[in-house]
Design a protein around this ligand. Structure first.
Ligand SMILES: CC(C)(COP(=O)(O)OP(=O)(O)OC[C@H]1O[C@@H](n2cnc3c(N)ncnc32)[C@H](O)[C@@H]1OP(=O)(O)O)[C@@H](O)C(=O)NCCC(=O)NCCS
Length: 309
């Protein structure tokens, strides 16, 4: 029997995390503590079991894209093509409806998952590419005369100022399908990465650029690039390249052998900068969208016997 139940305890969240690490092995998985900290009353996290065996997980939540929800069904490879994803999807769509949004987004990293999303009424609206940089001998770049670089470990109070001065600009300027917004509480918890590896360029007492790394405790040899942003008035002067080179040098120093980053297809500047720094493209991910009018659960789609909320 297929059981779909809410993930509530830390053990449940650890199982959700296990599914994520199996299905998305190429990405850092947030810890259980981070998962718990990011949950809000808008979050629905489900565990899917087949005859008592873990088969998958599913999450629906408000998106950082205004007016949208995200849905993330994940089925372990050995349980695929048995209709499990399709049994879970109506729960996620119903939850999205309850959030009062007008569109639902999902991300598919392979063509089979994209076909699944299309089968459920989603269409591709964007792509993201994963760029990867092998870390070798990474020289520390010479200091620049026009900016001072500090780490967030050295100046913890600067993180909130970076949000006000830089992150809010970045959210507006990212080549996304619609503007995104992350509240300051989320910025403090989920975006800070490794404070010792978070480099802020300061000029005239104010932050003008940010780049850094998010460590991966499960795979200490790899790290993800954190948000890279340069103040609009400072773009085109090599500040981002300087901060990213400092991040790469830091990676080499602490034994990281691979740094990866995800960038929107439309963000040609960022992709070119990464290529210039020696990154190569590894994967692409499809952003899939479905209008909420069409997302109402259809007759017979929901209400599995054996589901417990
Ligand atoms: C997407 C995913 C959840 C599908 O789970 P699933 O339980 O295998 O899906 P279902 O068995 O319900 O598939 C329903 C239909 O979707 C389509 N589909 C699913 N997987 C497919 C694949 N690999 N290739 C082509 N079509 C596929 C088919 O039309 C399938 O019906 P069929 O088996 O009768 O042909 C699973 O592949 C997965 O975990 N992928 C990684 C995470 C992800 O990308 N999630 C999607 C976010 S939108």
């Amino acid at each position: 029997m297929l059981t779909v139940r809410r993930a509530t305890s830390d053990d449940d969240l650890a199982m959700v995390r296990r599914v994520r690490m199996t299905v998305v092995p190429y990405e850092r998985a947030p810890s259980v503590a981070e998962m718990r900290a990011s949950l809000t009353r808008d979050s629905l996290v489900l565990l899917v079991e087949l005859d008592g065996q873990l088969a998958g997980s599913a999450v629906a939540d408000r998106s950082s894209i205004t007016g949208a929800a995200t849905v993330t069904p994940r089925v372990l490879p050995e349980f695929r093509r048995r209709g499990i994803g399709s049994r879970v999807m109506p729960h996620l769509l119903a939850h999205a409806v309850s959030l009062g949004v007008d569109q639902v987004l999902g991300h598919a990293d392979d063509l089979g998952s994209k076909a699944f999303a299309e089968r459920h009424g989603f269409a591709e609206v964007d792509r993201q590419v994963e760029q990867v940089r092998a870390i070798g001998q990474e020289p520390t770049p010479r200091p620049r005369a026009d900016v001072e670089v500090v780490t967030v470990a050295e100046r913890p109070e600067i993180w909130d100022v970076v949000y006000e001065r830089l992150a809010l600009q970045a959210f507006q300027d990212m080549a996304l399908i619609a503007p995104m917004h992350a509240p300051i509480d989320e910025w403090r918890v989920s975006w800070i990465g490794d404070p010792a590896a978070m480099f802020v360029a300061v000029a005239g007492g104010a932050p003008v650029g940010l780049a850094g790394l998010i460590a991966d405790d499960d795979n200490p040899h790899r790290a993800e690039n954190a948000l890279t942003v340069v103040d609009r008035d400072w773009r085109g002067r090599g500040v981002a390249a300087h901060l990213k080179r400092l991040s790469l040098a830091h990676a080499a120093k602490v034994g990281i052998t691979e740094v990866y980053t995800w960038t929107q297809k439309g963000n040609a500047d960022m992709r070119r900068l990464n290529e210039h720094l020696g990154y190569t493209t590894r994967l692409q991910s499809f952003t899939m969208r479905r209008a909420i009018e069409a997302a109402q659960p259809q007759r017979g789609e929901g209400g599995d016997q054996g589901d417990r909320g």
